[in-house]
Design a protein. Structure first.
Length: 154
């Protein structure tokens, strides 16, 4: 019998969908220290401005904020420390090559717990221009108006 995988979403980066065209998604583990997992389980994570950086064929996440654990002691973690991501070597090389192409970046899209382990969904993304963002907002507003009209009709 196959073990059922349990996922609990901790945080979602909605700004990434607004600022980028998300093309490919990857699942990455993270190297955590001390009380970071306790803060993550409580949902004290914010990665609005976070991004993935590559160095020596390794992936790191920068500017991800994990709040210190309330009941921690002097061994609490640094909130904005650089954390190593756990990916397969071929995935790292693929993403690193794509980032060298103009306009591509790798951004975190959501964090979740899978079988008790913190996972980060990252996406290969291409930046949106200002007019693309405006078009997306207009399209979303039009869709909302149509749904509102249909709801009032019945």
């Amino acid at each position: 019998m196959k073990k059922q995988e349990m996922e609990k979403v901790i945080a979602v980066n909605r700004k990434a969908k607004h600022d980028y065209f998300l093309e490919e998604f990857f699942e990455a583990g993270m190297v955590l220290t001390g009380t970071e997992i306790k803060s993550i389980r409580k949902g004290h994570v914010q990665f609005k401005d976070a991004y993935i950086d590559f160095n020596n064929q390794e992936a790191f996440i920068r500017d991800m904020h994990i709040s210190p654990y309330d009941h921690g002691n002097i061994f609490n973690h640094d909130e904005l420390r650089i954390r190593k991501l756990l990916l397969h070597k071929r995935e790292i090389l693929y993403l690193e090559q794509k980032v060298k192409v103009k306009g591509y970046t790798v951004v975190p899209t959501r964090m979740y717990l899978k079988d008790g382990r913190a996972k980060l969904e990252i996406a290969l993304a291409k930046g949106k221009e200002l007019h693309d963002k405006r078009d997306a907002l207009k399209e979303r507003d039009a869709k909302r108006e149509i749904e509102k009209a249909m709801k009032n009709r019945y």
